[in-house]
Design a protein around this ligand. Structure first.
Ligand code: AHR
Length: 505
């Protein structure tokens, strides 16, 4: 039993962008997974898979990052505009060395965002592109008047500018994006961002390449250097600083462990790894606070999720992996953490949308399945733009193989209509846990759902059995005398919605 208290005291707004996604030209994410082309036999809308569009619409994806990742820093946007048959090809050197035909480019990305009603987040090429190239891409996309790039856009069939707010200035510039020191990148960032002009109705929200894992120095230097000596105020230079953290465990010879075929030891090892996100948000956040006490710069966790060895027999450069209840727990834990840190984390993008890493959707030919991670995003979507409310859980810990983990992860929010959403995850692989919350200022239970698998520990949805793991109504939730009792089964995720607190006339 874990006791707790739920008090509807506001802790700030949970930006819907925390529920964002990432789609790179990597493996079968864009091609096959989303874009099959206008001549495909797979049912499609203008070349986009119908089944994938339907699945994504149901998630209410608020923001989608593209075209990379590492790919962004070798992407030359002009290759991806104009008639598809005359677009030049390139080698996707990072991801399998395959030929990229550039059939999915700027216009196709914006159309995808329109079709799923997501805001676009574009990552520009600082690693191998020029300032001029980046600046002209922004002019192409957003300039409303007459100009060389706006006229080129019109020639390619788009009269009105695209609506673009989120723009990243390079990706992982400490690694695949140019192997730079932070001191060097900070100068480059300042130079490139000057030429990212505001042509649209809304100024660009510029996102600088940030740190990863425990690289505190990167955050420190970016905050110190980019925010100082700015005659216009820091907000004009950098509205967001990114952060990447992947949950990975390895064999002694450093090979990554697999997505399936694990026992309790590896299950807890992954959860312990993912829980490091809490400390990383705290420490990177504290460094940012030093330079930005009003928290105007957003921490943008624009790559996160599990990273395993690829599925046997698949291209090692395509990063295709299965997804189990363990991944659902990882998603639940991280989303609860992002909610609870919404004062600083104002966007997050899980890697990646379809067929790559911790994907929400997998495809094979004309078949599709929704992963357990998909279902967590669906169960949590009520948190989008809701107010974080105070959920305190007693500090009950699990001790396994020398690792100490919280028994239950949770967060709660109040929607505009006053209803409260409580999301919880029971981390234990074999023990149920009843969460007993004192919640006198909340109404009755409107809906209770759980994601749980009675099957093997590494059970997953397959193309032959795509509905093995899916949310179901939850039994046994009790509301009595101001208390709310939620019986969590082992290794499960729950979402309970409560009516607004009844107000008396
Ligand atoms: O998501 C896969 C890769 O991971 C991205 O391209 C890169 O940014 C990160 O290293």
């Amino acid at each position: 039993m874990v006791d707790g208290i739920l008090t509807p005291v506001s802790g700030g707004t949970i930006s819907r962008h925390i529920y964002g996604h990432f789609s790179e030209h990597l493996g079968r994410c864009i091609y096959e997974g989303i874009w099959v082309g206008e001549d495909a036999s797979i049912p499609h809308v203008e070349g986009y898979r119908t089944d994938v569009l339907d699945a994504l619409r149901n998630l209410k994806i608020p923001v989608l990052r593209w075209p990379g990742g590492c790919f962004a820093d070798e992407y030359h946007w002009m290759d991806g505009i104009g008639p598809r048959e005359s677009r030049p090809t390139m080698i996707n050197t990072h991801w399998g060395g395959v030929t990229e035909n550039n059939h999915f480019g700027t216009h196709e990305f914006f159309r995808l965002c329109e079709l799923i009603d997501a805001e676009p987040y574009i990552c520009g090429n600082l690693g191998s592109g020029t300032v001029r190239e980046m600046s002209e891409w922004i002019e192409y996309m957003t300039f409303p008047g007459k100009s060389p790039m706006a006229d080129l856009r019109r020639k390619n069939g788009r009269e009105e500018p695209f609506r673009l707010k989120y723009f990243g200035v390079g990706n992982e510039s400490w690694g695949c994006g140019g192997s730079m020191t932070v001191e060097h990148y900070a100068d480059e960032y300042k130079r490139y961002q000057v030429y990212c002009r505001n042509f649209g109705p809304e100024p660009l929200f510029k996102i600088a390449c940030g740190s990863h894992d425990t690289n505190w120095h990167w955050t420190e230097v970016m905050m110190r250097e980019v925010m100082k000596i700015n005659p216009y105020g820091d907000l004009r230079r950098m509205q967001g600083l990114s952060f990447h953290y992947y949950t990975v465990i390895r064999h002694p010879d450093l090979r990554m462990k697999a997505a399936t075929g694990f026992g309790p030891e590896e299950y807890y090892a992954i959860l312990a790894e993912t829980l490091k996100m809490e400390e990383y948000l705290r420490i990177h956040g504290a460094i940012m606070d030093k330079y930005d006490p009003d928290r105007r710069v957003a921490l943008v966790v624009d790559e996160w999720g599990t990273w395993y060895a690829v599925e046997p027999g698949t291209n090692p450069g395509f990063l295709y992996q299965q997804n189990t209840m363990r991944d659902a727990l990882v998603a639940a834990i991280n989303l609860n953490l992002f909610n609870r840190n919404c004062h600083r984390v104002r966007m997050a993008n899980i890697a990646q949308l379809v067929n790559v890493l911790q994907a929400v959707v997998l495809t094979e030919g004309d078949r599709i399945l929704m992963t357990p991670t998909y279902h967590v995003f669906e169960m949590y979507k009520g948190h989008q733009d809701a107010e974080l409310v105070d959920l305190k859980l007693a500090d009950r810990r699990l001790e396994v193989d020398g690792k100490v983990l919280p028994a239950v992860s949770g967060s709660a929010s109040r929607a505009a209509d006053g209803s409260i959403l409580v999301t919880l995850a029971n981390l234990s692989h074999d023990t149920g846990e009843t969460v007993h919350l004192y919640a006198p200022e909340c109404g009755d239970v409107l809906e209770a759902r759980e994601l749980y698998s009675a099957g093997a520990m590494d059970a997953c949805n397959t193309f032959d059995n795509p509905g093995e793991i899916a949310p179901t109504p939850m039994a046994g939730v009790l509301r009595e005398d101001g208390w709310l009792s939620i019986p969590l089964r082992p290794m499960s995720v729950a979402a309970v919605r409560l009516a607004p607190f009844p107000t008396r006339a």
